[in-house]
Design a protein around this ligand. Structure first.
Ligand SMILES: [Fe+2]
Length: 166
């Protein structure tokens, strides 16, 4: 099967070996990314790219922690993303031309100052909504959300929680 998203998700969950926070984070960001993408009428091809980027967006954390004695800095994650993301995507038969696009989304998902595509915008919005629930520092995340959010769906979802108005 080509672009085998369900096996990609399965493999990513297995890779985390039951790590509670990261396992739940993958599932939450994946489902919210998919929801925003579909509501924003993203094309089928772009949805494949977007969903894969959501599944893999934090996949480098575990790899970097193991390789660099616990150091999963953003710098290390960006450095390792091409290798690890490509490995997961090749195992699940992703279309070769999609792979660099997915790697780029994974690498840039913390580059809040340079959001240069709709897909990156959606991935970042989904991640920030989930981060808002997970973080201790809600003030900082709320500030980012207020500054960065662009899609109607992302704004509406956040506002529908009735926590803060953006
Ligand atoms: Fe994340």
């Amino acid at each position: 099967m080509i672009n085998d998203e369900s096996t990609l998700l399965y493999n990513a969950l297995k890779y985390e070996e039951g790590h509670e926070r990261r396992t739940q984070h993958i599932l939450k960001v994946y489902s919210l990314t998919k929801l925003i993408g579909e509501q924003e009428n993203i094309s089928n091809e772009d949805m494949i790219i977007l969903n894969a980027s959501a599944i893999l967006h934090d996949i480098c954390i575990k790899y970097c922690k193991e390789k660099y004695s616990g150091d999963a800095s953003l710098e290390n994650q960006k450095m390792e993303a091409p290798y690890i993301v490509e490995k997961f995507l090749k195992e699940t038969n992703y279309t070769p031309s999609y792979i660099p696009k997915i790697i780029e989304l994974v690498k840039k998902h913390h580059d809040y100052d340079n959001i240069n595509s709709t897909l990156l915008q959606i991935l970042i919005e989904a991640d920030l909504i989930i981060n808002y629930f997970e973080t201790e520092n809600k003030e900082k995340t709320l500030k980012l959300i207020k500054n960065i959010f662009k899609t109607e769906t992302g704004k509406n979802i956040f506002n529908s929680f009735k926590l803060e108005e953006i």
